[in-house]
Design a protein around this ligand. Structure first.
Ligand code: PLP
Length: 392
């Protein structure tokens, strides 16, 4: 072993020393076009002046004070999130799984307050919600769960985007308190829920008095061309979770509530030592400011289209390409065979991407990616995919 770091990731033998815009540089000085941005985290790319300044200024004032005191930057960030979502309250934590843990606890509290003895949450096949025990149990990936049984109870699984399956659960099971899902599944292969399904699900939740919980950890924060993925259909959730891109690389998570979910937690019900500390919130506020001022959501739509169109043209006639899909800068290129090897091959060629769900090349570039970057990306990636399909 190279160090004492636990062996939980199959890492590529590459280490980066610094970044500039959408490029990362390794120890040998080689540069890489970053179409992954730390898995949808580095919203503003590297060395964004506004972000660097906000973090440096805050570090010089105070990093952390604890949630036993008021944190004005946290209050400001809660206002920005609430305003962007049209929602009411924000609980801050440090990661996506923590945000989802908070959402799951909220749903259970909600159920108990309604008199449901053992409240259940409907979750989706191929969902990804995190690695803690409750979020792992909510995740729809048997491989990730294997070896960690007993799982947390209280989840009912249905196929993704299958409103009839959810209606069937509603008929037979009176312990349901909530439905939890990603409007665009990330780890599950960049699967987009159509607007009809979203609207039918919102209507069903209203009819049954269930909370609709949207996990926006990967697709939120402007990546799809709107602040949040559910906004494409205008189906506001009762609970929404955020993390990853919210503070452009500083760890943060958020669980946001409105409607039936508002006011469920009081002092003592939930907490986090680090959650929403001044440093993370300063980075979150700089992220919001930059997205608005640099018009990064419009950019995400335009550049996302350029990438999809460019890839479709460059891969025209390739029968091994099953689908090119996504929204904004959340893009999946599905092949007809497992293609995990492409991640290392791309890195060797100076391009960073990931492969998820075995057969889906996933692109999650920074929202600062330009159309010129999109062309560079296409000219690097398309020949790699063609070569892989022809020669393995
Ligand atoms: N939810 C979604 C949709 C995710 O994509 C992820 C991470 O990939 C998580 C939750 C978990 O986030 P974290 O790794 O910050 O706990």
């Amino acid at each position: 072993p190279m160090s004492h770091v636990m062996n939980t990731y199959a890492r590529l033998p590459v280490a980066f020393t610094h970044g500039e815009g959408v490029w990362l540089y390794d120890e040998t000085g080689k540069r890489y076009l970053d179409a992954l941005s730390g898995i949808a985290v580095n919203t503003l790319g590297y060395k964004h002046p506004r972000l660097v300044k906000a973090i440096a200024d805050q570090a010089a004032r105070v990093l952390h004070t604890s949630n036993l005191y008021r944190i004005p930057l946290q209050e400001q960030l809660s206002d920005r999130i609430a305003e962007a979502a049209g929602m009411d309250e924000v609980f801050f934590c440090n990661s996506g799984c923590e945000a989802n843990e908070a959402a799951i606890k909220l749903a259970r509290m909600f159920g108990h307050k309604k008199g449901i003895e053992l409240p259940h949450i409907i979750v989706m096949e191929s969902a990804f919600h995190g690695r803690t025990m409750a979020t792992l149990s909510a995740t729809g990936n048997r491989k990730a769960q294997a070896g960690f049984e007993p799982l947390v109870q209280g989840f009912i699984r249905v196929p993704y985007k299958d409103i009839e399956a959810i209606r069937k659960v509603a008929e037979h099971n009176h312990s349901v308190a909530a439905v939890m899902l990603e409007m665009i599944q990330g780890e599950g292969g960049v699967n987009v829920a159509d607007e009809t399904f979203q609207r039918e699900l919102r209507a069903l939740c209203d009819e049954k008095g269930w909370l609709m919980i949207c996990d926006e950890v990967q697709c939120g924060m402007g990546r799809t061309g709107k602040w949040f993925g559910w906004q494409h259909a205008g189906t506001k959730p009762d609970v929404m979770t955020l993390a990853k891109g919210l503070a452009s690389g500083v760890p943060i998570g958020a669980c946001v509530t409105s409607g039936l979910a508002k006011g469920l937690f009081g002092p003592g019900n939930h907490g986090s030592t680090f959650g929403g500390n001044p440093l993370a919130c300063a980075a979150g506020l700089a992220t919001f400011d930059a997205i608005v001022e640099d018009k990064l959501m419009d950019n995400a739509i335009a550049v996302g289209e350029a990438i999809r169109k460019g890839m479709a043209e460059a891969l025209a006639g390739e029968s091994g390409v099953v689908d090119i899909r996504g929204r904004g800068l959340m893009i999946g290129i599905e092949l007809d065979r497992p293609c995990g090897v492409l991640m290392a091959r791309a890195a060797e060629n100076g391009l960073l991407l990931s492969v998820t769900s075995e057969r889906v090349v996933r692109l999650l570039p920074a929202l600062t990616f330009t159309t010129a970057d999109a062309q560079t990306l296409v000219s690097m990636l398309a020949p790699m995919i063609r070569d892989f399909l022809a020669n393995g």
